[in-house]
Design a protein around this ligand. Structure first.
Ligand code: ACO
Length: 471
């Protein structure tokens, strides 16, 4: 890893190359090189694509050459999908070709005791100034360029979250899951053995990337002696963008499992925990939580939080209690609603509702009740943020409600308060969820997840000194 500007420009070529070549592209779509080429083609990569294969003239409409040196054009990024033993000679050719960055898919290096082969590859790359992603990776995605150079899911839902992962299988599974859940990604990067490019290099790119609002990290280890640099670099990044990490290998057995996975030394969990805290990185406890928090951050227009506490607006007392518990457990301060404001909330609900926080509009509430209550909360300077909760009832259509909430927030959320929504119910709530998220409102299926995500936003706001709550 290096700090100079030239290296940063080269890493940009990982995500924004003018041209990319798949070495080991195959006509056989059951082979990894075939799938990578197919993903690049089907996603309509915004640059030129070439294939390198000993016998093909063309694969999936892409011109194919027997060697990199035969390509009659410059090549900035290569994806190497041939067996490990053959990789050094390809990197040598890439050097002669003037390639800037190589993603090495092959396994069979340090993770299986072949540190010598890995070192050989890195040394050749250094000789030519090539940066290496991997080896032992599934590839890289960068949605603003329609770049999907992976053998993972073909379709990626576009958005503002960059996810960097040291686990390949987890990353591939999450490509499918985020697509199904419509969680929007700007990028997903498989970091594998991190023989050269590491989490620090990548995060520096995303710090400046205008297409990324939040960085998610799945980490097993940093690499020996990287702790101080990690804290230094991430302390700067987290001032500009939230970073959420999932650090595996917490238990003693987990630490041993890490060593046999990517060859990283996991180190003591307490040391990592303290390093992440010092760097202002939020630590999620599982993958779902990481993406729940990331979604909240990605949809938020501002991290400035004012007022005297958060409010919960609900149509169900039980959900309200669950959200209240979750607020306390997650350190989210709830507003003690003063009498004046209670009067305003009381006007938005049936006579048997409750204007205390949670604001309970009751199971008999309608869309208009929600809209009026949300308006009161948005307009009050005391309210720091709002969680709106809906438990499905037959006579309140979640689709109508979602449209009503989206419109109200668009018109009245002038001070850009953080707002999230819970939609708990059946099929129709899924439709409501989609409507809200298309309008930039994060939605969660249960109160605890919404509250934990709001609390993460509040925590980040405190980290960057933008929480001005007068409690
Ligand atoms: N230049 C160009 N093409 C070449 C070269 C070369 N020097 N040598 C071979 N090829 C071609 C082959 O002819 C073949 O094409 P074909 O099907 O048209 O004949 C293609 O490249 C692939 O070569 P194979 O020898 O068939 O290799 P295979 O596809 O079986 O495996 C791979 C290569 C995928 C790199 C394998 O060795 C490997 O490492 N697999 C593991 C990958 C992995 O899991 N990475 C970690 C991901 S993260 C996770 O855990 C999910």
């Amino acid at each position: 890893m290096s700090n100079n500007n030239n290296d940063n420009l080269i890493i940009e070529k990982l995500f924004k190359p003018k041209s990319i070549a798949v070495v080991g592209a195959s006509r056989n779509l059951e082979k990894i090189g075939g799938v990578i080429l197919s993903n690049l083609v089907k996603n309509k990569f915004n640059g030129k694509i070439y294939a390198v294969n000993p016998s093909a003239k063309e694969i999936l409409g892409v011109p194919s050459y027997p060697s990199l040196l035969d390509i009659p054009d410059e090549v900035e990024h290569i994806v190497v999908a041939i067996p490990a033993e053959k990789v050094p000679e390809i990197i040598e050719e890439a050097g002669k070709k003037g390639v800037k960055v190589a993603t090495i898919i092959a396994s069979g290096f340090k993770e299986v005791g072949r540190a010598d082969l890995e070192e050989k590859v890195v040394n050749i790359a250094k000789k030519y100034g090539i940066r290496i992603l991997g080896p032992n990776v599934f590839g890289v995605v960068y949605t603003p360029m329609n770049l999907n150079a992976t053998f993972g899911a073909e379709h990626i839902h576009k958005g503002k979250i960059a996810f960097l992962t040291q686990s390949g299988a987890l990353g591939i599974a999450l490509m499918h899951w985020t697509s199904m859940e419509k969680i929007g990604l700007s990028s997903i990067v498989s970091m594998g053995n991190m023989a050269d490019i590491d989490a620090i290099d990548l995060a520096k790119f995303f710090e400046k990337d205008e297409n990324t609002k939040v960085i998610g990290l799945y980490l097993e280890g940093l690499g020996t002696g990287k702790g101080h640099e990690f804290i230094e670099v991430f302390s700067e990044i987290t001032k500009k963008k939230p970073v959420i990490a999932l650090k595996a290998g917490r238990s003693e057995r987990g630490t041993r499992a890490v060593a046999s996975h990517t060859g990283s030394l996991a180190g003591s969990d307490a040391v990592y925990d303290s390093a992440l805290k010092q760097a202002g990185v939020l630590r999620a406890s599982d993958v779902e939580q990481l993406f729940n928090w990331a979604k909240m951050m990605a949809f938020s227009e501002s991290f400035e939080i004012n007022g005297k506490g958060f409010v919960i607006i609900t149509n169900g007392g039980g959900m309200g209690v669950m959200a209240t518990d979750a607020s306390e457990f997650n350190g989210l301060p709830l507003l003690e609603v003063p009498e004046e404001l209670k009067k305003e909330f009381r006007k938005t609900m049936p006579w048997f509702g409750s204007p205390n926080n949670p604001i309970d509009l009751t199971g008999q509430s309608n869309v208009q009740n929600y809209i009026e209550a949300i308006k009161v909360a948005l307009e009050s300077e005391l309210v720091s943020g709002i969680t709106v909760m809906y438990g499905e009832v037959a006579f309140l259509d979640p689709v109508e409600l979602a449209n009503g909430i989206a419109k109200t927030l668009k018109e009245y959320n002038k001070s850009r308060k953080p707002v999230n929504v819970v939609m708990l119910g059946g099929e129709k709530t899924k439709m409501g969820t989609e409507i809200l998220e298309e309008n930039g409102v994060p939605v969660y299926p249960i109160p605890e997840k919404a509250i934990s995500s709001m609390a993460a936003l509040y925590k980040y706001s405190k980290i960057i000194g933008k929480a001005n709550l007068k409690i």
